[in-house]
Design a protein around this ligand. Structure first.
Ligand code: HEC
Ligand code: HEC
Length: 270
């Protein structure tokens, strides 16, 4: 190559890659509005983002991988925990965890009710951002959860057996059942352990406080998933003002056959 050719080659390829780079950047910007659902940026969401910064939540947490790595990533937390639980947690985190047992604790940030509503609106908006599957493994608060493992929907191929499908679904996020329920005896996360739930479900029906419509253990489990607050399991940290901390949107989030699979799986936990 002559000197002139080399110069042309250099200029030509620099120009080509500059054009590709700028094109990709513009394409990303073109998609941001759609990927982030910008139309859902209500004043409440924006106020929540301000609270997020004022209270320095990123000093401990990450969102979309940005922030500090002391505490769990919260990108999908609104999906995984639901508003009822989150508002209680943000009011007083130590209700749910103890420093002795879990070795780390979120401080009480003295948030007001309005700030909490705004933060949850913000975190809900964040959880709807299309992150193309990131984070690959949702990080759930797992201090008390040795077998913690959640996989993304569709990541694990299983048979057509409803029980196996139900178990896989139980560990997927969403619905993130395993983030709140252990199936090991006596291990309480946000919700009670579901070890022996098939047997216990039958006993719940005889509880004088039971007000639901279920007549069998299977129906009780189905009802617990679809309408958690109809009967609230006794326990200091399971509900506030009669409203269960379990999300009440599974009838919308899951399809009818997925509910069947979850029930089939839980019915094997005798
Ligand atoms: C000093 C560090 C620190 C700060 C600041 C902090 N957090 Fe946390 N947060 C934690 C830790 C640690 C945990 C995990 C607790 C555990 O594992 O027991 C946590 C957990 C959480 C959870 C998950 C609870 C669950 O059970 O899934 C949410 C939601 C949360 N924090 C929200 C916030 C918000 C919102 C802010 C800002 C207003 C904030 N945090 C500020 C340390 C912090
Ligand atoms: C944010 C945490 C949370 C998530 C996520 C969650 N639960 Fe729950 N669950 C709870 C709490 C708290 C209770 C106890 C209060 C009540 O009775 O609703 C409960 C109760 C239950 C019960 C009744 C247990 C009993 O002993 O009577 C069943 C069954 C159940 N959950 C199944 C599920 C399934 C299946 C999923 C996933 C589709 C799920 N839960 C997701 C928190 C959660």
């Amino acid at each position: 190559m002559t000197k002139r050719q080399t110069r042309l080659f250099f200029l030509g390829s620099t120009l080509l890659f500059a054009v590709i780079f700028i094109g990709l950047t513009l394409d990303t910007h073109r998609q941001i509005t759609a990927l982030t659902h910008a139309e859902q940026l209500t004043p409440e969401v924006l106020a929540g983002k301000r609270v997020w910064h004022e209270k320095n939540c990123t000093n401990c947490h990450t969102l979309l991988g940005e922030g500090a790595y002391y505490a769990p990533d919260l990108t999908k937390i609104a999906d995984q925990r639901g508003a009822a639980y989150l508002s209680q947690f943000l009011k007083n985190p130590s209700t749910f965890y103890s420093e002795e047992k879990d070795r780390r604790l979120m401080p009480n940030l003295n948030l007001g009710d309005e700030q909490i509503r705004q933060l949850i609106a913000f975190l809900t908006w964040v959880s709807h951002i299309d992150t193309d599957g990131w984070p690959p493994r949702p990080l759930l608060v797992s201090g008390t959860f040795p077998g913690a493992r959640t996989v993304r929907a569709g990541q694990e191929a299983v048979s057509n057996d409803p029980v196996a499908l139900g178990e896989a679904l139980f560990r997927q996020s969403p619905p993130a059942c395993s983030g709140c329920h252990s199936t090991a005896e006596g291990v309480q996360l946000v919700g009670p352990s579901l070890a022996g739930i098939a047997t216990r479900a039958a006993e719940r029906l005889k509880d004088p406080a039971y007000r639901g419509q279920a007549k069998t253990a299977e129906e009780y489990i189905r009802e617990s998933i679809l309408a958690p607050s109809l009967f609230v399991v006794p326990g200091a940290t399971f509900a506030a003002a009669g409203r269960s901390f379990m999300p009440d949107n599974f009838d919308r989030l899951l399809q009818a056959n997925q509910i069947d699979q979850l029930v089939a799986y839980l019915m094997t936990l005798k």
